[in-house]
Every structure is written in C-alpha cells, then in structure tokens.
Design a protein around this ligand. Structure first.
Ligand code: PAF
Length: 277
C-alpha cells in the first residue's frame, strides 16, 4: 500500500494505478463503517484509493476541527488489507496560500445539517471536488449515514458533469443500533448508554409508518417524545422530508421519505437517518 502526501505524487501514482479505480474519501479515525466502504470499493474495482484528510473548511469556528480524533498509524493498519493507495495531504497542500475557490450546491444545503452548520456543505463540496480532480476515480463510495452529504455530492457531480459514479453504502451500526461514527469516541459511558435512542426513534418512525401512519407531524411528535425520555439527549432537529428534495413533509407523507435527526449528548452531536420507501 502506497502512502502519498502530495498532489503531484498522487497524480504520478494515478498514472500507474489499474483501472477502474474505486475511491473512498475519509477524515480518518476509521471504523467498521469506513472499512465496509473500502471493502465494497475493492470488490468493484481493480484498485482502491482512500484519502485521509480532516478538512478544515467544513468545520465552523466553534466546531471540533482541532480536537477531531486522529490516529494515522491505526488507520493505515486498518486499510492495509484493502487499499492500494492512501492519499494523506497536509492542510497547506490542499489549501495553499491565497486559495480562493469554492463549490456551492444551492437548494439542498440550507436545511437540516446545513441550517445547524452554516458553510459546512461549501467546505465538503469544495474538498470533494478537489479530491475527485486529484484522484480521478471511476467510482466513489459514501455512507448513507451522511444522507444530506450524499445528496449534495450526487447533485454536484451531476451539475458539474464530473465523470464518475457515486455509490451509496448502507449505514453500519453497533449491536445496540448506534450508527458508527468517529465522533462516538467523544461520548462518556453514560452518554454512550443513551445514544441508541436515535436509532430507537428512527425504528419507531418505521414501525408507525409501516402500520399505516402517514401523518409526518404525528410521527415527528412521537419521535420527539421518545428522545426526550433520554435525559442526556438534546434534540437539534427531527426531520421527515422528501428523500430527494429534502422538502419537509407537513402532514401527508409521501414516499420515499428521509427521516433524519441530529441529537446532542453534551458537546457531541450525533446524526442518523433511515429512508422509508
Ligand atoms: O464524510 C466525511 O468524512 C467528509 O465529509 C468527507 C466526505 C471525507 C469530506 O471531507
């Protein structure tokens, strides 16, 4: 497995990489969710490139960029069996002095995560475009856990005619239902005990919906009630929206619907979602 730290080095390496190339962009501190994306990329391509870059431009000034968990040696050991190349640029390699170009996707970025994290998706779209241009992959793999990010990247790829296929992969969960995330390591043991309430609320929504409840507001209220029973949980949002446009459903819920939420445990902000279709 080659480890490459410069854009020029990645371009040079890319000339010798067997086609098709599967690419998994990450911010490191890998878990089984990331590994499932890398394994899928390996199954479907002749070679696999993974990037590890904690992208400063997608973090707000009060967010956890500085403290975002990092463990490169562990990440590289996890990737060794599945990845051919790891691209690990520095901040200045990606954003040199006087860097001043941004990619913005309108329409899908003002709500949900975008409403709570202004500028987040501008940072994501920009870095992902840069990574796509540097790595030039055939297929790229993203987790369904970041449902809005996935929609934004699909839209951006289509609008900018970027020549690759975006593959959506299922959310990986701990045995108690908690969606895998690098940020789960921030949770105290008490918060960790309460955190499966996100998936419990999503499961409640699925249950109500499959029994015929189609009133989105009623389902939102039930989810809200359930999460409030968990004393350490603080709801940021609960959304039931059109899974393609992210337009919120008020009462009559049509299919497919994205049921998503952000819930804080202390300073740790967890997100999760399911699609009802
Ligand atoms: O999902 C992530 O880990 C990041 O948002 C991504 C796509 C690697 C861009 O920095």
């Amino acid at each position: 497995m080659k480890v490459i730290e410069t854009v020029a080095g990645m371009r040079e390496c890319r000339r010798q990489t067997a086609e098709p190339v599967g690419f998994v962009p990450t911010m490191g501190y890998l878990h089984e969710g990331h590994v499932s994306l890398v394994k899928r990329a390996k199954e479907e391509n002749a070679s696999v490139v993974v990037s590890i870059f904690v992208n400063p431009t997608q973090f707000g000034p009060k967010e956890d960029f500085k403290n975002y968990p990092r463990n490169t040696n562990r990440d590289l050991a996890m990737l060794e069996p599945f990845s051919d190349v790891v691209f690990m640029p520095s901040d200045v390699e990606m954003y040199p002095d006087k860097y001043n170009t941004w990619v913005e996707v309108n329409g899908l970025t003002g709500q949900l995560e975008g409403a709570s994290r202004p500028g987040h998706f501008r940072g994501v779209s920009t870095v992902v475009t840069k990574l796509f241009n540097i790595v030039q992959p055939t297929k790229v793999y993203f987790g369904q856990k970041d449902a809005q990010q996935l929609l934004v990247i699909k839209k951006m790829t289509a609008d900018l005619n970027i020549n690759l296929e975006v593959v959506a992969c299922p959310t990986m969960r701990e045995p108690d239902g908690l969606a895998m995330s690098s940020r789960n390591t921030y949770l105290t043991p008490e918060q960790r005990k309460g955190a499966p309430v996100l998936y419990k609320a999503l499961s409640l929504a699925r249950d109500k919906w499959s029994k015929g409840e189609k009133d989105a507001e009623k389902i939102r209220l039930e989810m809200n009630k359930l999460i409030r029973k968990e004393p350490l949980a603080e709801i940021v949002y609960i959304s039931i929206a059109d899974a393609l446009t992210l337009q919120e459903f008020s009462h009559l819920m049509q299919k497919p619907a994205l049921v998503s939420m952000a819930v804080k445990f202390g300073k740790t902000r967890l997100i999760d979602n399911i699609i009802l279709e």
